[in-house]
Design a protein around this ligand. Structure first.
Ligand code: ATP
Ligand code: MG
Length: 421
């Protein structure tokens, strides 16, 4: 993409109404636009990141047998009354509205009821199970505080998968697979080295749930981490019994601030009971379906990557989720340099390498460099009369101090050696 065609512009000044680093950098870079506290629109650059995260998650969910669908945002009161989650005294984060001809509807704050109600129509025999439907969806929650940028939205985009199994064993087997799928997702998104499986409160159906907590200083949660085993305990279940039960040693646990980027939950029959979600087993006996839920906030994950990896100059995107692999900067107005830059752009495009080409006139080299650092593409290429005199193109990785001059041929080798994830 030519930057002269990108309508968003970067801002030098930090927004005055944001305290979080992710919101500051993403707004300055033109990745997102703030509508109001906790509500953000994704601009072209931001959407490219979100789409990449979505594809990583989709691949991992399909690999464990997930089937993608899309549940409606507007939800029927009667359905949520079945599980006793319509009442504002019980769920205080609902956004609700009224239909013109009477009747109340709510905007999905989660998905268990929608899935249980739909699946009720399709599950009747043991032959129908297990199944793992999931969706990507905008979720609405009237959060009291929303100061963490896209990490805590009042409207946010998530993936939720629900597992429907015949019995505990079948459920547990899938649950273990999901732990690995989640670790793959965070590794592939570039925060695997900072993300720990964390034992958290489990509700009434299992002793613990599992959160995936990324250690960052601005995290809203407190966890106790055992660095040898990479296992952590959420403060909410941190006590002698839990520590001992998990075979950990209190002296070795380190307190950390962290953000929950995803969680997985055993639901047992909490929803299959009120929705009468049953199947007939081999002996024609009625059995309740055993459920699990598995969520990830895509905006929260994107914001966490920004918080965790940025430096004082701006964002540093991992190659796997960067909006573009390469930021190509053309410096100066010299015609032969412009031609060379065009040629490099075309060559990279033909090789299917994603390039943002800063082809704009009348922007100083200093400004272009500062902007490249703010936007954070993994590779910066500079074409100038100087680079051409020295024999080619200057290439620098975003996290390196100094670049080096190489030929176009060698440049292509770089991308062959380090193909996109
Ligand atoms: P938290 O404890 O942070 O409030 P939660 O436990 O209520 O989150 P779930 O309802 O289990 O979260 O949602 C699943 C996932 O959705 C979370 O792990 C998180 O990644 C994401 N998520 C939850 N709330 C938000 C939000 N307000 N903004 C962005 N992402 C969110
Ligand atoms: Mg939580």
């Amino acid at each position: 993409m030519r930057q002269s065609k990108l309508f968003t512009k970067t801002k030098k000044e930090a927004p005055t109404d944001e305290v979080s680093k992710n919101a500051e950098l993403l707004i300055r870079g033109g990745f997102i636009h703030k509508e109001m506290a906790g509500v953000y629109s994704y601009l072209p650059l931001g959407l490219r990141v979100l789409n990449k995260i979505e594809n990583i998650i989709r691949e991992e969910m399909n690999a464990v047998g997930g089937t993608e669908m899309r549940t409606a945002v507007l939800q029927n009161k009667e359905i949520w009354e079945k599980s006793n989650r319509w009442d504002d005294a019980i769920v205080d984060t609902w956004f609700k509205t009224k239909l013109k001809n009477g009747g109340e509807v709510g905007l999905s704050f989660t998905n268990e009821e929608a899935y249980s109600n739909i699946l009720k129509q399709y599950v009747s025999s043991y032959k129908d199970l297990p199944i793992y439907p999931y969706d990507f969806k905008d979720i609405f929650r009237n959060e009291v505080r929303s100061k963490s940028g896209i990490m805590r939205g009042r409207e946010f985009y998530w993936k939720a998968l629900y597992s429907f199994s015949r019995n505990e064993d079948e459920h547990n087997e899938f649950y273990e697979k999901m732990k690995i799928a989640y670790q793959n997702i965070f590794k592939r998104s570039g925060i695997g080295h900072l993300t720990y499986m964390t034992f958290a409160s489990g509700g009434s159906f299992s002793k613990y749930s599992h959160e995936f907590q990324t250690v960052i200083s601005v995290g809203e949660d407190t966890i106790y981490l055992d660095e040898d085993s990479s296992i952590a305990i959420n403060k909410e279940v941190y006590n002698d019994e839990t520590i001992k039960g998990l075979g950990l040693k209190k002296e070795k646990l380190v307190e950390k601030r962290a953000v929950e980027v995803g969680n997985i939950f055993s639901l047992g029959t909490k929803f299959s009971e009120p929705f009468d979600l049953k199947y007939k087993d081999e002996k024609s006996q009625d059995k309740l379906v055993i459920m699990g839920s598995y969520g990830i906030g895509l905006g929260r994950l994107m914001g966490t990557v920004v918080e965790a990896l940025a430096d004082d100059k701006g964002i540093i995107w991992p190659e796997s989720i960067a909006p573009f692999q390469v930021h190509l900067l053309l410096l100066g107005e010299d015609e032969s340099v412009k031609k060379e830059a065009d040629k490099i752009y075309d060559t990279l495009m033909k090789k299917n390498i994603e390039v943002l080409f800063d082809d704009r006139d009348s922007i100083s080299p200093g400004e272009k460099f500062a902007e490249a650092d703010l936007l954070g593409m993994p590779y910066r290429l500079v074409v100038s009369s100087r680079s051409m005199k020295e024999g080619g193109i200057e290439v620098k990785k975003r996290n390196e101090e100094k670049g080096k001059i190489i030929s176009l041929e060698d440049l292509l080798k770089i991308f062959k050696l380090e193909p996109r994830a």
